[in-house]
Design a protein around this ligand. Structure first.
Ligand code: PLP
Length: 628
């Protein structure tokens, strides 16, 4: 196989292998049975979005996640299939469940009532799956109370019982107990006055074991990733995940010397060993110390010494020509000894856990057989957007970009980049302005070279601090500096011939919610800063307030153009230019990015106005240049 990847470590996900495993699993379904693809825990580390898409293409009718956050992430990534939350949800998750159209598992009447009430307020119906405990004794309503709960819930408004399900405790190892659970479940289903749309019980092993015949849905997890937890099926399953690294150092060791922490391994003879730049922080289990196996140039090599946080050491005595840069496989790749079930078996661990944790610091490459399709960023799992109030913003920006670029693919790419910098970065607040109105009016004055320019700016925004700055720059350089600062609300570039110190730039009034702020001038060599504050502002921090800023300044007649920029994400923009009679040929040039590239122009005598819809989003660096 031709490799172009050379990183400290990476994960390869073979989507063709995944789909082949699904085909195998589907062969166990009865006619009329559908399947739900489990994508919880980022699809056991394989990437929830990619696995969801492949499973849906293979006919999955449902996706299964662990909590509302996982469901929300899938929605943000554009998945619109039905999503079941398998674990019990907290009351705090109800808003997101409704907002992102997720179907929770319910086994508690108090939660059900809360959910119904929130659904009523949101004027929507929520689909739920009733979770029954048939003997696993983890989540779910106890069997003897199940029928009661069913009746109570069906009596609630705004809830639809879309499914009833239970879960095996030992489908892969105890068929007698599984049969008992199945009998109990079947007896309960028989008592329901009306069959919900989905009845489901089996996971992978249950399906393989022939359980769930009375069901019309099966839940596929571990086997779909090519891991055989039953025994005897590994030849029919192809591991979807491989974890690889690059040999970063090759060294010699002399008989009797020890390697690594605590001197846990000692060389029986002179030999060679290698260092791999991955450790337990990358998800390589500490319990594989002195026990793990890796593949180097088609040779299985032993992990020697303790697994460190960031490194492991491997015995290279049998691979005399091993070199720095050699690719080393730590998991998968169809090597029987490197399958998740075999590796986990070495330390009596769980192959589920192994898959979830391996490659924590690794980029994931998606491929179909040997062909690489695309890669996903390292630790993508962290990029879950914090909610930013306006639920539609995501979709609006996404569709605006896609439309603007006429290419869903590029639109999607840019959308993700923009969203990441706007919202996914948790340290950064989302600022946007609403109802932005900027009016600039020129009038003639005694000075022949300049117009007097009066500016009036107003908008609504969440107040972030108890002061802000209005800045007047005299050079592009200082203007740029003010664009970088987050405490500057308004910037003006003064003509180089003018002096900011001699009242050529004046703040007439600065108001928040209609009350006048205190202003304090601060003149430096190349700029004038006006600090605006008021003791009342402390109480308003974090709330949306109305800003009003009015200035008077001068503008050179011979400039022949006036630019008005939008410097922040803004919803609803109106920009007006009022000009004296002597300027008869004013032309606006619109540079808008957002939904509307050409906001309508309203021409009146001596005034030109550009106005978007109040709900429309306009991106930073939009604006208009008035030429005259
Ligand atoms: C995780 C999970 C599964 C998947 O089980 P596998 O053994 O991975 O197939 C099925 N059902 C429920 C309720 C689960 O939480």
């Amino acid at each position: 196989m031709q490799h172009t990847i050379h990183e400290r470590s990476w994960v390869e996900i073979d989507l063709a292998a995944f789909r082949q495993n699904l085909v195998f699993l589907k062969s166990f379904l009865q006619p009329g049975q559908d399947f739900l693809q489990i994508v919880k825990a980022d699809a056991y580390g394989h990437g929830a979005k990619e696995i969801a898409e492949a499973a849906l293409a293979e006919g999955a009718v449902y996706l299964g996640v662990a909590n509302s956050e996982e469901g929300k992430l899938l929605r943000i990534q554009g998945i619109d299939a039905r999503i079941l939350i398998l674990s019990p949800s907290l009351p705090e998750e109800i808003d997101e469940i409704i907002k992102y159209d997720l179907d929770p598992a319910v086994s508690d009447i108090v939660f059900a009532k809360n959910l119904a009430e929130s659904a009523r307020i949101a004027e929507t119906d929520v689909r739920i799956h009733l979770k029954i405990d048939t003997g696993m004794h983890r989540s779910g309503i106890r069997l003897e109370d199940a029928l009661n709960l069913y009746h109570e819930i069906t009596g609630l408004h705004n809830l639809v019982v879309e499914g009833v399900f239970s879960h095996f405790s030992s489908a892969e190892s105890d068929s007698i107990f599984s049969s008992l659970q199945e009998e109990q479940f079947a007896a309960l289903i028989a008592k329901l006055p009306e069959k919900p749309r989905y009845i489901h019980l089996s996971n992978s092993a249950g399906t393989i074991g022939g359980f769930g015949k009375i069901c019309n849905l099966a839940r596929f997890g571990i086997f779909s990733f090519g891991v055989d937890t039953v025994g005897g099926y590994s030849a029919r399953l192809a591991p979807a995940m491989s974890f690889k690294s690059t040999l970063s150092q090759v060294k010699t060791v002399l008989a009797g010397e020890s390697v690594g922490y605590n001197r846990d391994w000692r060389a029986p003879k002179d030999g060679k060993y290698g260092i791999l730049p991955i450790g337990y922080a990358d998800g390589y289990d500490f319990l594989l110390s002195n026990k793990g196996k890796v593949l180097v140039q088609n040779n299985i090599c032993q992990v020697i010494g303790r697994v460190s946080m960031d490194m492991i050491t491997i015995d290279l005595s049998e691979v005399p020509n091993a070199r720095v840069g050699d690719i080393v496989t730590l998991l998968g790749a169809n090597e029987p000894e490197l399958r998740a079930e075999a590796l986990a078996g070495i330390y009596q661990g769980s192959p589920y856990e192994l898959l979830c944790q391996v490659g924590r610091r690794a980029r994931r490459y998606y491929k179909s057989r040997d062909h690489i399709l695309h890669s996903a960023p390292i630790a993508r799992r962290d990029f879950i957007a914090a909610d930013f109030g306006n639920s539609k913003l995501n979709q609006i920006i996404s569709s605006a970009l896609a439309k603007r670029l006429e290419s869903a693919e590029i639109g999607d790419l840019i959308y993700k980049e923009i969203l990441r910098s706007f919202f996914f970065n948790k340290d950064r607040d989302v600022h946007y302005r609403r109802s932005f109105a900027h009016e600039i009016s020129f009038s003639t004055m005694n000075n022949a070279a300049f117009y007097q320019a009066k500016t009036r700016l107003s908008y609504r925004k969440i107040l972030g601090n108890n002061y802000f700055v209005v800045a007047c720059a005299t050079s592009d350089e200082s203007l740029r500096r003010y664009f970088m600062r987050t405490d500057v609300e308004y910037r003006w570039l003064l003509d180089a011939a003018l002096d900011p110190g001699s009242e050529h730039f004046k703040v007439d009034s600065v108001k928040i919610n209609g009350f006048e702020l205190f202003t304090q001038m601060n003149l430096s060599e190349d700029s004038l800063e006006i600090r605006c504050s008021h003791p009342k502002l402390d109480a308003l921090i974090g709330t949306e307030v109305e800003f009003e800023i009015s200035t008077t300044t001068l503008y050179p007649k011979n400039s022949h153009q006036l630019s008005v920029f939008i410097s922040e994400l803004t919803q609803g923009v109106q920009i007006s230019f009022l000009f004296p009679e002597e300027l008869s040929h004013v032309e606006p040039v619109r540079i808008f990015s957002g939904q509307e590239k050409n906001p309508p122009i309203i021409r009146e005598e001596n005034r030109i106005t550009l106005k978007t819809e109040a709900s429309e989003w306009v991106f930073p660096l939009s604006g208009v240049v008035f030429t005259y």
